[in-house]
Design a protein around this ligand. Structure first.
Ligand code: HGY
Ligand code: MN
Ligand code: MN
Length: 415
């Protein structure tokens, strides 16, 4: 049996084809979890799973699985691959889709190669990794790993007022398998870096050894609507101005941090949202991240203190709702080492790194040894239509995944 490489044309063609599914009127890629456009993406992935001759399974949170379990394979714990195919608003075509389609590609290549795996090999597309429509993010893999009750997740109310469980039923992806029905032997996720490091250092492969902590909150500030022209500054209870002070507070804290703290206010809305009315209400989200749990807690505490003093100074009401909170995660040393060896064997430079983005791997790491492989993002751009990774890097990353999977699916047991 000669060791093959992946079918580059098939993988690149599928990434491009999936990238065309779910474009809005402005041509932006928008496949929000459990939406009509995401259904189209799901349907395409399911069609490719069937074409590959894999067994299809969908669990109750809508996670999709393509299962390769040759007849002579014992009922060993499966090797799990995958990522997600839901997107943010105005997404690139690689985030999530690259890892999901590469997992399928690797299975198809190993089947063609005639590999006789000692365990099933499964590729998953996890539901609602992005968390844009329903919080928290990485929801499907979190439920799968037992970190969130399935009924609580299905009851999640979206930013559009919809209920996740009903939407999954409506699009035909409310499966009947119980989340966690396959207990993975190990999990490997291939993903674009979505940051600037690999490109800046001219390194084609990242062996991801850990992933930073994430804190999502929604803040609501309430003041008084009043006339923009007649109300003296000293008499205002201006929710909009108070919100703006939080945004600059967060940026100043992150800039002066001695760790790679990042802070983002990605969503903000005012009421009544009229040019000549002082805002009576400001609602916004806060995304805080840091690789160090202690530092992340310090940033959360500093924000809480600031909101309290702001409320007194600006005479406004402040309420906070927690949307997601995940501690930093260490990945499996054995698999990380395997990734480094696979890169070396293919003559590719590789460096260890931390993931700035959240990924399904951080959830599956709760129930199985897990690690990630990164490839460079041009300009470090992601969550943006300009997201781009060179074909050569996409193919190289998928071949590293192939070699790691071949090892883990047979006798290789670093985990
Ligand atoms: O938010 C994240 O880091 C991921 O893209 N869901
Ligand atoms: Mn992703
Ligand atoms: Mn993403």
């Amino acid at each position: 049996m000669s060791r093959r490489s992946i079918d580059a044309a098939r993988l690149l063609g599928r990434i491009s084809a999936l990238g065309d599914i779910g474009r809005d009127g402005d041509g932006r890629l928008v496949r929000l979890a459990a939406s009509d456009t995401e259904k189209l993406g799901r349907d395409q992935f399911v069609a490719w799973i069937r074409d590959a001759g894999l067994e299809l399974a969908v669990d109750r949170i809508g996670n999709i699985f393509g299962i390769w379990k040759p007849d002579d394979v014992t009922d060993g714990a499966p090797l799990l691959l995958g990522s997600h195919i839901d997107t943010v608003i105005g997404a690139g075509i690689y985030d999530g889709c690259y890892g999901t389609l590469s997992g399928l590609e690797v299975i198809e290549t190993l089947k063609t190669e005639g590999l006789a795996p000692s365990r099933p090999v499964v590729v998953a597309a996890f539901t609602n990794e992005e968390g844009v429509r329903y919080a928290p993010d990485m929801m499907g893999s979190l439920v799968y790993a037992g970190g969130l009750d399935i009924d609580t997740a299905l009851a999640a109310v979206g930013t559009d007022g919809t209920i996740l469980g009903r939407e999954l039923e409506r699009i035909g992806y409310a499966g009947d398998y119980p989340p966690g029905f396959l207990k993975p032997y190990a999990y490997v996720e291939l993903h674009i870096e979505q940051g600037p490091i690999l490109e800046r250092e001219g390194i084609p492969v990242g062996a991801v050894e850990d992933l930073q902590g994430i804190s999502w909150q929604r803040v609501t500030i309430t003041g008084d609507a009043n006339h923009a022209g007649t109300t003296p500054i000293s008499m205002r209870r201006d929710a909009g101005h108070a919100a703006a002070r939080v945004v600059t507070f967060l940026r100043d804290r992150a800039k002066s941090s001695n760790t790679p703290t990042v802070a983002t206010v990605g969503c903000m809305s005012f009421e009544p949202n009229a040019i000549n009315v002082i805002p009576s209400r400001a609602t916004f989200t806060v995304d805080l991240r840091d690789p160090d749990e202690e530092r992340l807690r310090e940033e959360e505490a500093a924000l809480a203190d600031f909101l309290e003093s702001l409320s007194a100074e600006e005479h406004v009401g402040v309420s906070v709702e927690r949307l997601a909170r995940f501690e930093p995660v260490k990945f499996d040393e054995g698999i990380v080492t395997l990734i480094e060896r696979a890169a070396r064997d293919r003559g590719l430079a590789c460096r260890r790194m931390t993931s700035g983005a959240g990924h399904d791997a951080q959830m599956i790491a709760r129930i199985a040894p897990a690690a990630m492989i990164f490839v460079p993002s041009i300009g470090g751009i992601s969550h943006n239509t300009k997201e781009y990774t060179a074909d050569e890097d996409l193919v190289a990353g998928a071949n590293i995944l192939l070699d790691v999977v071949r090892e883990l699916a047979t006798e290789g047991t670093p985990a």
